[in-house]
Design a protein around this ligand. Structure first.
Ligand SMILES: Nc1ncnc2c1ncn2[C@@H]1O[C@H](COP(=O)(O)OP(=O)(O)OP(=O)(O)O)[C@@H](O)[C@H]1O
Length: 250
């Protein structure tokens, strides 16, 4: 099983039930080292549930999760973070009264062996890389929504993850901010070779960034391939048209 150890992340046979509801049914997701995978699907398809299972916020009913070939299925979230997993949330989780740099430091504090001065220097370097250094001493409460989201991303990056899970990072951003986010993500990948799993409803962003796209619908994987392959897949079209029809009927 050499192939399995070559993947940065490998989830196999993931099933998640909530009572009678099957939110995920036997889903496989593998992400190679430095690979950029988008996870898409209509509302309620199971995307966030899968991220919750991958990060350990929610235990799978069945299935196995490995990071760099190491089984982490039973590890709590903080141990998975230490093992190289990073995640942003749909709704941010920054400390509003702390400054930007302090928030980044709380993120990086998981990394052992740095004193406070070292943590601050590391946090400032991360902010510089994201073009946010000028905001370092501002309280989070003074930031625009777009800047808060970029600070959230910076905080996760400060943990130096090998696998980065992004839950709708472009939601609520304006066009200029989405372009900036895409440029930063490209630069980070080029520098760090981080593997990325992106959940995003902004299809333009998915098509421009992802090397591979995995499509969920009603908890099942219905398609997987390059952006062009997935876009041309009749099953994917039907899933999204179904969603459109459901919305139109409301
Ligand atoms: N804690 C929970 N308890 C019960 N049902 C849940 C829970 N979390 C999610 N679900 C259900 O699981 C299914 C998948 O939800 P999930 O949020 O993962 O979908 P999603 O693809 O992320 O959707 P969206 O694009 O709207 O964020 C939905 O039917 C949802 O109602």
């Amino acid at each position: 099983m050499i192939a399995a150890t070559q993947n940065a992340l490998s989830a196999t046979g993931i099933t998640k039930r909530f009572g009678g509801l099957v939110a995920l049914a036997d889903v496989d997701l593998t992400v190679g080292n430095g690979e950029f995978v988008a996870l898409i699907g209509p509302n309620g398809a199971g995307k966030s549930t899968l991220l919750n299972v991958l990060t350990g916020l929610s235990a799978p009913t069945a299935g196995r999760i490995a990071l760099d070939g190491r089984d982490v299925t039973r590890l709590p979230t903080h141990r998975r973070i230490r093992a190289g997993l990073g995640r942003t949330f749909q709704h941010g989780r920054l400390f509003p009264r702390l400054s930007v740099v302090e928030n980044i430091m709380t993120g990086a504090a998981n990394r052992a062996g740095r004193g406070e001065a070292g943590l601050r220097a590391h946090a400032l370097a991360q902010l510089r890389r994201m073009g946010l250094e000028r905001l370092a001493d501002q309280p989070i409460s003074a930031l625009s929504y777009g800047n808060r989201r970029m600070v959230e991303l910076t905080r996760v990056l400060a943990c130096e993850p090998r696998v980065l899970l992004l839950d709708e990072p472009a939601a609520g951003l304006n066009l200029g901010e989405v372009e900036d986010l895409m440029a930063r993500l490209r630069a980070i990948r080029a520098e760090d070779r981080i593997a990325v799993v992106l959940i995003e409803h902004n299809m333009g962003m998915v098509m421009r960034l992802a090397e591979r796209v995995v499509v969920l619908n009603f908890g099942r994987k219905i398609a997987e391939g390059t952006p062009a392959e997935v876009q041309a897949d009749p099953a994917v079209l039907a899933a999204y048209l179904g969603e459109g029809a459901a919305h139109a009927g409301r």
